[in-house]
Design a protein around this ligand. Structure first.
Ligand code: S5P
Length: 360
């Protein structure tokens, strides 16, 4: 399939989903096709590892429900702090929630509750066992949210230019969009105000104040030059699993691909063990967990064993080079090493080498 030979830069120009296009660009810019599975115990560790490993990755995968001390505050909580780090280093946040219920339930789990996953996670995934309706419902929920969040409501100030009190540092990029919006709508506090400017709520919510806090804790580095991600949300369908004896057979995987093709504006691709692009027009992105490298001192190509709890591992070379996945997802391989930063670089480099050799 052509996507196996296409470079990420090329694919970023032709792919339908704006978030996938952004991600491909990021991968090309950072020379990385690595996702860290940040399976850590506390919110403090999560933010710390995200900041340290951020430069080497393009996606940070979370399981928010295994993290203790997660702060659910919608403005200054863990989700928003992660979002600020995502902007600083240039990566997307993927909440590995594996939604798996009837449409109505998954929609509420995605948008409501304490976690309000849709607010801070660019990407989520679904376990499609209950049927395609779960994908449709998540797609509808995302659409509604995106429509609402594309327009951040500002109070009208004289002269037509408006500002939010906490966005004083914001640069003035929005003027292009201004003409598009001349509506009145419900303001945040329930009052009717004129909408005069458009910003991504997602970005404005990551207030400059918060960015600064994180910057100051760091070495005073300025915010990275990575373009802001689009406000679109994306879904990955869990089409194949890495675990021993899983029940995702070929027929099931095929149904996942069909569902993806039916929702190309929301489904970015798959969590799978291989590339599932088969039709000429398919350009889904694939992320693959169950990835480890043999220890540095051992020779290249050594088999990597599982974790004794059903997890099975393959090397980046095999997953990217042979099976044709785009991004490898690595958790304990990086987290349990003595120097996670150095180890992340070792994985980045190995996965990137497998990619460059594949497209050569
Ligand atoms: O098939 C799968 C799908 C996922 S999302 N197999 C997996 O292991 N995962 C997730 O990837 C799993 O939940 C964990 O967060 C990560 C793998 O972690 P590691 O420590 O084994 O690399």
């Amino acid at each position: 399939h052509s996507t196996l030979k296409g470079t990420f830069a090329q694919r970023s120009k032709t792919v339908t989903h704006p978030l996938t296009a952004y991600l491909f660009k990021l991968m090309d810019l950072k020379a990385s096709n690595l996702c860290l599975s940040a399976d850590v115990a506390t919110a403090r560790e999560l933010l710390s590892i995200a900041d340290r490993v951020g430069p080497f990755i393009v996606v940070l995968k979370t399981h928010h429900d295994m993290v203790s001390g997660w702060d659910f505050d919608s403005e200054f909580g863990t989700g928003k702090k992660l979002a600020a780090l995502a902007r600083k280093h240039g990566f997307l946040i993927f909440e590995d929630r594996k939604f798996g219920d009837i449409g109505n339930t998954v929609e509420l789990q995605y948008t409501s509750g304490s976690a309000k996953i849709i607010e801070w996670a660019h990407i989520v995934n679904v376990n499609m066992v209950p049927g395609k309706a779960s994908v449709t419902s998540l797609a509808n929920a995302a659409k509604k949210w995106e429509e609402r969040s594309r327009y951040s409501v500002k109070t009208l100030v004289s002269g037509g230019r408006s500002r939010d009190s906490n966005e004083d540092d914001e640069d003035e990029e929005e003027s292009d969009d201004e003409a598009d919006v001349q509506a009145t709508s419900e303001g945040r506090k329930g009052s009717i105000v004129s909408v005069t400017t458009v910003t991504h709520q997602y970005e404005s919510a990551v207030s400059p104040r918060l960015d600064k806090t994180i910057m100051e804790e760091d070495s005073g580095e300025s915010i990275s030059s990575f373009e802001e991600p689009p406000s679109d949300r994306g879904l990955l369908i869990l089409a194949q699993m890495s675990s021993e004896g899983n029940f995702m057979d070929e027929r099931y995987t095929k149904a996942c691909v069909e569902a993806a093709r039916e929702h190309k504006d929301f489904v970015m691709g798959f969590v799978s063990q291989q590339s599932l692009n088969t039709l000429p027009e398919d350009d889904f992105i694939h992320m693959t967990p169950g990835c480890q490298l043999p220890p540095e001192e051992e020779e290249e190509g050594t088999e990597v064993k599982g974790d004794g709890k059903g997890q099975q591992y393959n090397t980046p070379q095999k997953l990217v080079g042979i099976a044709g996945t785009d991004i490898v997802i690595v958790g304990r391989g990086i987290l349990k090493s003595g120097d996670p930063q150095e180890e992340a670089e070792r994985y980045r480099s190995a996965a990137w080498k497998a990619y460059t050799e594949r497209v050569r």
